[in-house]
Write a protein that binds this ligand. Sequence first.
Ligand code: SF4
Ligand code: MG
Length: 329
Amino acid sequence: RGTVLRVEGVSVEYAGERPTRAVRDVSLELRRGELLGIAGESGCGKSTLAYAVTRMLKPPARLTAGRVLYRDREGKETDLLALEGEELRTFRWNKLSMVFQSAMNALNPVTSVGKQFHDIFRAHRPAMTARQRAERSAELLEMVGIDPARLRSFPHELSGGMRQRVVIAMALALDPEIVVMDEPTTALDVVVQREILDEVERLRERLGFSVVFITHDLGLLLDVSDRLAVMYAGEVVEYAPAAELAARPAHPYTQGLLRSFPDLLGPRRELRGIPGSPPDLRLPLEGCPFVDRCEHAFEPCRSTHPVLRDVGAGRSAACHLEGAVVGEH
Ligand code: SF4
Ligand code: MG
């Protein structure tokens, strides 16, 4: 499967008296049709990365380095960070769309669901007739398991789960190749979270788009992701096929996260349970960002920054330990 999106060396800072280096030198690759999971505690930079990749960063956040390359089916590459105005707007809906945590913010509260679909089509598919717009809107709602009669509903008349499904249907309205989802299920209860994730899986198989799925809940991602990136303190510390990461986590942080689920089939818990807290990203960082919380820390960890490197079985980890740690959790 070819690459559809390549993130190369992306860094983002939040301006301030001492700038916060929220995302540092992140490189990732999304293949056509795959689901790439990005997991990490709140504040690890995963949403900031999503905003950078989708060109939605707002001051005081500022991209300081990197490229985000979209590759079309013919292999032609476009740097998303160089797109402006109309080009960017067209790209956003047609090639790449976004689903964020709060469906309520994504939907217009005073406009019916149907009208919101119509507005998308009117703006981006001006050649469609009113009838085609109505048919396509109904089809999209059905696709996410909602009765098309709901096109007449207003957002407040729908449950949280239904609203999030509507937002997903809207994100798919123009057949994008990539959908970036940032905590799309976090506001919902566990059962509804699962249902929505299953729905995303079905849609992805049927329509063939690629997904970047961002969440603080690593457990949610293990069985649906093709590959997983674990972020810590603004960096990717492990990047691996999901099955490998679950069976043989290479980075001590990933191991800690996995240990915080006593049973993967049991109730989901937040990513807690590793004593200590991440470093202050306003201060210079010399060694490993995880050093204060790592039970394996040794001599070079405090002075030398570990870079992401191949540790076998398709895994990469940013850790000084040889072959990283033998994963037990
Ligand atoms: Fe732990 Fe050192 Fe590896 Fe960092 S580099 S995760 S401190 S062993
Ligand atoms: Mg976030």
